[in-house]
Design a protein around this ligand. Structure first.
Ligand code: 5AD
Ligand code: SF4
Length: 473
């Protein structure tokens, strides 16, 4: 075409997907694509999420829009990958009703992206060749046939689908284009073995497998050499890190190893399962100057009865004890959580137990979700699905309480001077910079762009509810 091919990449969902998209971007760069902000591109790639039904609905909505774009630009390649593609029903639906999609692959074979893309391009080339009129000698000489790129015929290329059901592979050394120069997510493990009964993740991300510590440390050393000062260790359940390795290393020990990497000043991690959170980890966090004062500890429900039905393997009392220990041992820690409202069979009494835990733990912030039925999970087959209006009412009450408490918790550090990693210009006011405190709160303060990527001391002057206004100390 005489120019670089352009790709629009849209990422749905969690930090894992964001990290996978960095790898996809790396592969795209290596294969000669440049990225564009416009969806009217040569290649549109969606990295999808399926944790809740509305994530799927969003993708179908966008596909409707893409089909219109493709009518105007028939050579556009549409590719879908990520968790939603690991669902056989989804793929069947796409194959039946969304034939304009060119490529579908899953979470286990991202490393094959370049090869798959090549196959699509080859298919497209062959289809176009088959549509070429027989060149008559005179017409060919006079170049009457316009180049392929300028023809507006609909080119029907086959849909390439390559989904792996599961894998025990860990693929190292994929290229990656990071979103930030100074901070980065680092996968330490993939998949999940917990099978919480509402959750589709174990089905779409496969069995738990840990990366070898030496590979993780080598990556972090490389990141540090590239200017990264904060790493976020990523896994569905980082507390069970190492269990699949022959030389088993605990997560707490891995943290200590990461601490030793020169140049790394902050360490975060996501997500912790309460059933696996060890005293050893609390000790390491307590003593560490680098591990951030933030722990995301999903509660899901405060009712022991519902927790059992969810297969969470802890009780309300065990959770409360753990949270109290964390607050006692590390008083400046920020505790955040995920809560699901309306799990099958949840009664008003169960819901009151959830509110009770929220009141007792006093979360610094909480993500609240309405239960979403995921096909193939045990909870989807449970009776007593809670009616929508009741769920919505509970959700609003929970949200109100969570917000009231987190505003009060944010006030805890008002007036203090704390180090903040400067991440960006403020979205609304370019005279302000946005920094992140160790406890994950954001602070906006007057500063200049050259501060981005540095850790500076900021006095937290005014608490604005969920964030701060401040000034450099
Ligand atoms: N419905 C609602 N929320 C869910 N989550 C996971 N599965 C579901 C579901 N089926 C929430 C959990 C998890 C977070 C990432 O998403 O709270 O911690
Ligand atoms: Fe899903 Fe539970 Fe695994 Fe988290 S721990 S990914 S909620 S199954």
């Amino acid at each position: 075409m005489g120019r670089k091919q352009q790709c629009f990449l849209r990422t749905f969902g969690c930090q894992m997907n964001a990290k996978d998209s960095e790898k996809l971007r790396g592969i795209l760069r290596e294969t000669g694509f440049s990225l564009t902000e416009s969806e009217d591109a040569d290649l549109v790639l969606y990295n999808t999420c399926t944790v809740r039904e509305n994530a799927n609905l969003k993708v179908y909505g966008h596909l409707g829009y893409l089909s219109n774009l493709k009518k105007k630009n028939p050579r556009m390649i549409i590719a879908l990958c990520g968790c939603m593609m690991q669902e056989p029903d989804v793929v069947a639906k796409l194959q039946k009703s969304y034939r304009f999609v060119n490529l579908i692959f899953g979470t286990h074979n991202i490393f094959k992206f370049a090869e798959l893309l090549y196959a699509v391009l080859e298919g497209q080339r062959k289809a176009e060749q088959m549509m070429l009129p027989e060149p008559s000698g005179a017409a060919a000489a006079a170049e009457e046939t316009p180049p392929i790129s300028q023809r507006h015929t609909v080119v029907k290329t086959p849909m390439i689908v390559d989904i792996w059901k599961d894998t025990n592979q860990v693929v190292e050394d994929l290229p990656a284009d990071r979103t930030y120069s100074f901070k980065s997510g680092v996968n330490i493990m993939y998949g999940c073995n917990n099978f919480c009964t509402y959750c589709i993740v174990p089905y779409v991300r496969g069995r738990e497998r840990s990366r070898r510590p030496e590979d993780i440390i080598r990556e972090i050393e490389q990141l540090s050499a590239d200017g990264v000062i904060e790493v976020m260790l990523l896994g569905q359940n980082v507390n069970s890190y190492g269990k699949t390795l022959s030389n088993s290393v605990s997560f707490a020990h891995l943290l200590e190893m990461v601490e030793q990497v020169p140049g790394i000043r902050r360490i975060r991690f996501m997500t912790s399962h309460p059933k696996d959170l060890s005293d050893e980890l609390i000790e390491v966090m307590k003593r560490s100057q680098k591990v951030c004062r933030h722990l995301h500890l999903p509660l899901q429900s405060g009712s022991s009865r519902i927790l059992e039905k969810m297969n969470r393997r802890y009780t309300k009392e065990q959770y409360l004890e753990l949270a109290a220990k964390l607050r006692r041992e590390i008083p400046d820690i920020s505790l955040t959580t995920d809560i699901i409202v309306g799990f099958p069979g949840e009664t008003e009494e169960d819901f009151q137990e959830t509110l009770d835990v929220v009141r007792q733990v006093r979360y610094d912030s909480a993500f609240t979700f309405i239960y979403s039925k995921r096909t193939g999970t045990p909870a989807a087959a449970m009776e007593e699905q809670v009616p929508d209006d009741i769920v919505k009412d509970r959700f609003q009450r929970l949200l109100g309480l969570v917000q009231e408490i987190s505003q009060k918790m944010a006030k805890r550090v008002e007036g203090q001077t704390l180090p903040a990693l400067v991440e960006s210009l403020d979205d609304h006011d370019p005279a302000l910079m946005t920094g992140r405190l160790s406890n994950n709160l954001l602070v906006h303060f007057p500063g200049t762009e050259d501060l981005i990527g540095q850790i500076v001391d900021v006095r937290l002057t005014t608490c604005k509810g969920f964030y701060y206004l401040g000034e450099m100390a």
